[in-house]
Design a protein. Structure first.
Length: 185
């Protein structure tokens, strides 16, 4: 199972970069398998990622691999602990979503029927410094009642029962942000 999780992380990390959902060192994806979390290692560029650059931690945050997890691992763990049904998380830095998070205050308006069906609502969480317990707490709380959240000035987080689901929700959030932004008068 760990080999499958690593392959999925590499595949969807590269897709995220190719589709402009993140750039340079930004963003991270994770997959939960039982009590283990497979997550992008710190400092890895998503379009260059390999299976050897996947870190493993347990739900208590203990590092179980030779590579260090992304600095946002606390966020991922907080969400997994709060929502045991979640099996994958996408944290990306798509440009329209970041811009929308600076122009809106509470939620990103839902524009398409697909966003209504698959996302329902997209709240905006207040800014907290990256990699901190404060950010992890704010994001876990925001994701208590939503599967997608904009992070003020930072990016997005989406969750799913699979990495495929979390990834495509992220893509749908960015489409929603782009359509909202382009429709502004």
């Amino acid at each position: 199972m760990s080999r499958i999780a690593k392959r999925q992380l590499v595949l969807y990390s590269r897709k995220a970069h190719e589709r402009g959902l993140t750039a340079a060192f930004g963003g991270n994806l994770s997959v939960r398998v039982g009590d283990l979390v497979f997550i992008k290692a710190t400092g890895v560029v998503m379009d260059e990622m390999s299976e050897g650059q996947v870190a493993v931690v347990d739900l208590s945050g203990n590092q179980l691999s030779s590579v260090k997890p992304s600095s946002e691992y606390l966020l991922h763990l907080a969400v997994y602990r709060l929502r045991p049904e979640v099996k994958a998380i996408a944290h990306l830095h798509p440009p329209y979503s970041i811009v929308a998070s600076t122009l809106l205050e509470e939620e990103l308006p839902i524009v398409t029927p697909e966003a209504e069906l698959y996302l329902g609502r997209i709240p905006i969480a207040p800014f907290r410094p990256a990699g901190t317990e404060e950010l992890a707490e704010v994001m876990a709380e925001a994701l208590r009642g939503a599967d997608a959240v904009l992070m003020e000035r930072h990016g997005i987080v989406t969750v799913g029962k699979s990495l495929r689901e979390a990834f495509y929700k992220a893509e749908l959030v960015e489409e929603s942000a782009k359509l909202w932004y382009l429709s502004r008068k």
